[in-house]
Design a protein around this ligand. Structure first.
Ligand code: GDP
Length: 298
C-alpha cells in the first residue's frame, strides 16, 4: 500500500493537487468547473465518469454549500466512480483436488510474462504451490523470460519445444500441475492481434484443452496503462474472444493517466484486480478502490 501510494503519487504528479487547488478557489465559477473537467479528462477518466464526478461535486455544493473539506468530497466522488463494490478477489483455487488455472492474456509488450512471474511470487508467498505454463510459444524470448522468473520465484515452468502449439504446452502444464497436486497453474499466452479469428481459435483451443483437466478459474487480461485509448481498443477485442474475469493494469508507475482504471472497468464490465507498479518482482499489487484514490490524491 505504501508502495502504491509512492509510485502513483510520483506518476500522477499534479492530478490530486491540481483538483484540490481548483476546488478551493474562492469562486467556483463555470471556468473553474471546466478546468476541473479538463484535469479529470486528461487523466483518462473518460467523458461520462468525468461528468458524473463533476455533477456529484456540484450537487454536494448546492446541498451543503461550500464543502468544509474539499478533499473529502472529491475523495468520495472518485471512490464512487472507481466502484468499491466490485469483487476483486482473485480466483486461484480449483476444486475436487484439482488446481485452479489462471489464464493470462493480452497483447505482446503489455507486461504479461512479467505479470505471470510476479503473480507466482505473490501466491508462493501465500504458501501456495504453483506451476507456470509458457504457452507464448511464438516468442522464444518469452519462454526464456518466464523460465527466468520461475527460477527467481522457485516454481516449475513447463515449456514446449520452440513453435510448439500453445494449446499443447497449456495442456502439458496443467497435466503437470494436476499430477503434482499444485494449487494453481498460471498460463502465459501469446498475444498476437493481427487477426481476431486466429486469436479466438487459439485462445479457445487453449481454454478447451485446459478444461479437460482442471477448471479455468480466472482469465486475466493485461493492459498497459500507458497506451490509453489504444489499449482500450485492444482490450475490447480480447474480451470478445475470451471471457475475461479480471484486468491487470500494468505500468501505472509510468503513466499519469490513472483514470484509465475507470475507463477499463466501464468498457469491459470487469474489475481491475491487480496493478503493475514497476519491473521488479514485488511490483504487483492487489487493486483497492479506496487506496487507489488516496494515492491519486497524494
Ligand atoms: P509481454 O510481451 O506482454 O509478456 O510483456 P513483458 O512481460 O515482456 O513486459 C514488457 C516490458 O514491460 C518489460 O520490459 C517489463 O519489465 C515491463 N513491465 C511489465 N510490467 C511493468 C510495470 O508494471 N511497470 C513498468 N514500469 N514496467 C513493466
Amino acid at each position: 500500500l505504501v508502495r502504491l501510494r509512492q509510485r502513483l503519487a510520483g506518476a500522477q504528479g499534479g492530478f490530486g493537487r491540481g483538483l484540490l487547488a481548483l476546488l478551493s478557489r474562492d469562486r467556483l465559477d463555470e471556468d473553474t468547473w471546466e478546468s476541473i473537467e479538463d484535469v479529470l479528462l486528461t487523466a483518462d477518466l473518460g467523458v461520462q465518469p468525468t461528468q458524473q464526478v463533476v455533477e456529484g461535486l456540484r450537487t454536494r455544493l448546492r446541498v451543503e454549500g461550500r464543502p468544509e473539506d474539499a478533499r473529502t468530497a472529491l475523495r468520495e466522488e472518485l471512490v464512487k466512480i472507481v466502484d468499491p463494490s466490485m469483487d476483486r478477489r482473485l480466483q486461484v483455487s480449483g476444486a475436487d483436488g484439482k488446481p485452479g488455472v489462471v489464464l493470462v492474456v493480452g497483447v505482446n509488450g503489455t507486461g504479461k510474462t512479467t505479470t505471470v512471474g510476479k503473480l507466482a511470487r505473490i501466491l508462493v508467498a501465500e504458501d501456495r504451490r504453483v506451476t507456470l505454463g509458457a504457452a507464448d510459444t511464438f516468442r522464444a524470448a518469452a519462454v526464456d523470460q518466464l523460465a527466468t522468473w520461475g527460477d527467481r520465484v522457485g516454481v516449475e515452468v513447463v515449456r514446449g519445444a520452440e513453435a510448439t502449439d500453445p494449446a499443447s504446452v497449456a495442456f502439458d502444464a496443467v497435466k503437470h500441475g494436476v499430477d503434482d497436486g499444485v494449487d494453481t497453474v498460471i498460463i502465459d499466452t501469446a498475444g498476437r492481434l493481427q487477426n481476431k479469428a486466429g486469436l479466438m481459435d487459439e485462445l479457445g483451443k487453449v481454454k478447451r484443452v485446459i478444461e479437460k483437466q482442471a477448471p479455468v478459474t480466472e482469465v486475466l487480461l493485461v493492459i498497459d496503462a500507458t497506451t490509453g485509448q489504444n489499449g482500450l481498443i485492444q482490450a475490447r477485442v480480447f474480451s470478445e474472444v475470451v471471457d475475461v474475469t479480471g484486468v491487470v493494469l500494468t505500468k501505472l508507475d509510468g503513466s499519469a493517466k490513472g483514470g484509465i482504471v475507470v475507463s477499463v472497468q466501464r468498457e469491459l464490465g470487469v474489475p481491475v484486480k491487480l496493478v503493475g507498479l514497476g519491473e521488479g518482482p514485488d511490483d504487483l499489487a492487489p487493486f483497492d478502490a479506496e487506496a487507489f484514490v488516496d494515492a491519486l490524491l497524494g
